[in-house]
Design a protein around this ligand. Structure first.
Ligand code: GLC
Length: 429
């Protein structure tokens, strides 16, 4: 059980957080949409992905109590990254003033910024980012300008059944041998659990999992410039083979071809998996009421071929829509969302990875969440996904080719070759 943070503690938001950033004027942007409403205040809507941890109602309540004329309404989207993105794209294209503040996945900021859909956080909108983890600031920036307030970071972790294996495997071959005799190969519905699953359905989570396998094997999808493809290599093949062989040999159950975060978490929570790759938010749910594995699981770094593997950088930031009418309120809401109080609340109640560096070394928090140093390392060494305004086309290419390989419809070699070609044409514009 997690200790409860009294919401009163959250209500004790410092006045500075709540009143900072008042004042009007233009944003300095050339776009008249972007500067419209720069000093205006009023009720706003915050659009965000499905609130899996159930924390949003309290967060909104706290904000609303001190902002009676600037109340926030929460609009929850689906729990699937791709659907969240297309919902945002449609509303931005329609210049919808009803989407005031939006959650942006780290991989969407470049597209939103390049299209002028979100307000650059410069001039009157400047945010102090000195207390934040650098990867979260970089991920919310485009061409050197900050476009969103980092809100939650994310790093991949290995969840393991410590009642079945006393210590977590650090390599893929250890993971596979740990499963021998203790799991049912190929399925989660046998008398013993399935061995390993991550997120292998054809969507953004597959890009994350494929990138982690490839990066763990010292391969890369694109070069460090963020766009030149470099995936048709022996190292990338070693990485992808870990997943493809998993389905062939049965250490990844066939059901996992349909797993997004929620399905993998549900299977692990029901005792149907020995190992699972997931984000930190899973901890609070697995440790909570109704979980069959509460008290029976541990959290460790992702394994790799010869030792610790590499995580993809995940996470979300909060951005102001260019089309919002109440941007002064929006800016205060951004500051509220990355305040110490909200960040601590999200960690303690929802095991969400904070963006404030200090929380990772706070002795009381480390005592409650012993994996915080592991998570910090996972985030600090995480590999960003390609940074390009054409990201939707790049991720679609990864998802399509990797999924075909996982299904056994194409070989690893031809999947990587066709992925290399597809990224080349996607990034050509
Ligand atoms: C998590 C991550 C996000 C990623 C998504 C994939 O929400 O924070 O960055 O794109 O999972 O499903």
């Amino acid at each position: 059980m997690r200790p409860k943070v009294a919401i009163a503690a959250v209500s004790l938001l410092s006045a500075t957080v709540l009143v900072a950033g008042c004042g009007g004027g233009g944003s300095g942007s050339k776009s008249s949409d972007a500067s419209a409403g720069a000093s205006a205040r009023g009720p706003i809507t915050f659009v965000t992905g499905k609130d899996n941890s159930g924390l949003m109602p309290n967060i909104a309540k706290t904000w609303n109590a001190s902002h009676p004329n600037e109340k926030v309404t929460i609009k929850q989207q689906s729990d699937q990254a791709d659907q969240q993105l297309s919902d945002l794209e449609q509303h931005f294209q329609a210049k919808d003033p009803g989407y005031d503040v939006v959650t942006t996945d780290v991989v969407w900021s470049a597209e939103f910024a390049a299209k002028g859909w979100i307000v650059p956080l410069t001039g009157k909108y400047a945010l102090d980012t000195s207390a934040l983890l650098k990867p979260t600031v970089d991920a919310a920036s485009y061409n050197g300008t900050l476009y969103a307030a980092p809100y939650a970071s994310d790093g991949g972790l290995l969840y393991y059944r410590k009642d079945l294996v006393p210590t977590a495997p650090t390599t893929w071959s250890q993971l596979i041998s740990d499963c021998q005799g203790k799991t049912t190969p190929g399925t989660i519905t046998g008398s013993k659990p399935g061995c390993y699953a991550g997120q292998f359905f054809k969507y953004e989570g597959l890009t994350v999992n494929a990138a982690e396998a490839i990066n763990s094997a010292k391969g890369q999808i694109v070069k460090p410039d963020g766009k030149t493809p470099d995936v048709n290599t022996a190292d990338a093949a070693t990485g992808l083979n870990f997943l493809v062989n998993g389905f062939k040999q049965g250490y990844i159950p066939k059901e996992a071809l349909g797993f997004k975060e929620t399905e993998s978490l549900n299977a692990f929570q029901a005792g149907q998996l020995m190992f699972m790759r997931n984000w930190p938010y899973a901890d609070a749910i697995l440790a909570g009421k109704g979980s069959k594995v509460a008290g029976k699981f541990g959290i460790a770094p992702l394994p790799g071929p010869d030792g610790q593997g590499a995580s993809s950088l995940g996470g979300h930031s909060v951005a102001i829509s260019t089309y919002s009418k109440y941007k002064a309120t929006d800016l205060d809401f951004l500051k509220f969302m990355e305040s110490n109080e909200i960040q601590s609340y999200n960690l303690v109640q929802g095991s969400a990875a904070p963006v404030l560096s200090a929380l990772y070394t706070d002795p009381k928090l480390v005592a409650k969440f012993p994996y915080l140093p592991v998570l910090l390392k996972s985030i600090s060494t995480a590999v960003p996904r390609p940074v390009t305004p054409f990201y939707p086309a790049v991720t679609e290419a990864i998802e399509t080719n990797v999924y075909a390989a996982l299904q056994g419809k194409t070989s690893v070699e031809s999947a990587l070759k066709s992925l290399q070609d597809a990224i080349t044409s996607a990034t050509a514009g």
